[in-house]
Design a protein around this ligand. Sequence first.
Ligand code: IMP
Ligand code: MG
Length: 215
Amino acid sequence: MATYLQIADDEKGHELDLFCVPRHYENDLDKVIIPHGLIMDRTERLARDIIRDMGEHHIVALCVLKGGYKFFADLLDYIKALNQNSDKSVPLTVDFIRVKSYCNDKSTNSVKVIGGDELSNLSGKNVLIVEDIVETGRTMQTLLSLLNDCHPKMVKVVSLLVKRTPRSSGYRPDYIGFEVPDAFLVGYALDYNEYFRDLSHICILNDQAKEKYKV
Ligand code: IMP
Ligand code: MG
C-alpha cells in the first residue's frame, strides 16, 4: 500500500495573504491548501521511493499532459539528482501523452487520448506514468488498459494527489504524494478550464470563480 501525506477534510489551509499569489487570481481562491514548498519536499521523497523500486532498469517516464507537467518536471529533477549523486544509476527517458476528461469542475464519462507519441514505443520498457490527480480513477484505468496492450515490462503510476471521494472506482496509484479532500483544486499545473496553471501553490477554487471561468 502506498503511503501518503493526508490533508484532512477539516484542514483550514493558509490565508492567501501569507503567500505570493498572482493578483489576477486573488478573488478566485479560498485558501492555500498545499504550499509549493511542501509539494517539492514530498516530491523529493517520492523520487527516492521510485528509484528504490524501479532503479534497476531503464525507466521511461510518461507525463500525462497537461496537468502533470509541473509535477513531472520537478519529480524528474529529483530523480536526476539521485542518479548523478550515487554509485547506482539508471537511464531515464521521457514520453508524453495528452488526455482530456474534464469540463468545468466535472469529470465526464469519456476519457480521450488526444496526442502524444505512439504508445507502442513503450513495449518491453519500465514505464512510470506521472499524473497530477486521481479522482474517479477512470483516466488512469483507461490509460493503463491502453498501455497494457503494448506489453511494457513494468508499469508503475505516481500521482501527486488522490481525492477522497465517493465517486472513486477504488483505483489507487503505486505512489501518492497527498490524499486530499473532495474539493476542486487548482494550481501547480492543475487547471479549471485552462486557468490557474500559472499559480505555484495548490489552492481551493471558490464558487464565484467556478462561474467566472465556466465554459
Ligand atoms: P479521474 O479520471 O476522475 O480520476 O480524473 C482525473 C483527471 O481529472 C485528472 O487527471 C485531472 O486532469 C482532472 N481533475 C480531477 N480532479 C481535479 C481537480 O480537483 N482539479 C483539477 N483537475 C482535476
Ligand atoms: Mg491529469
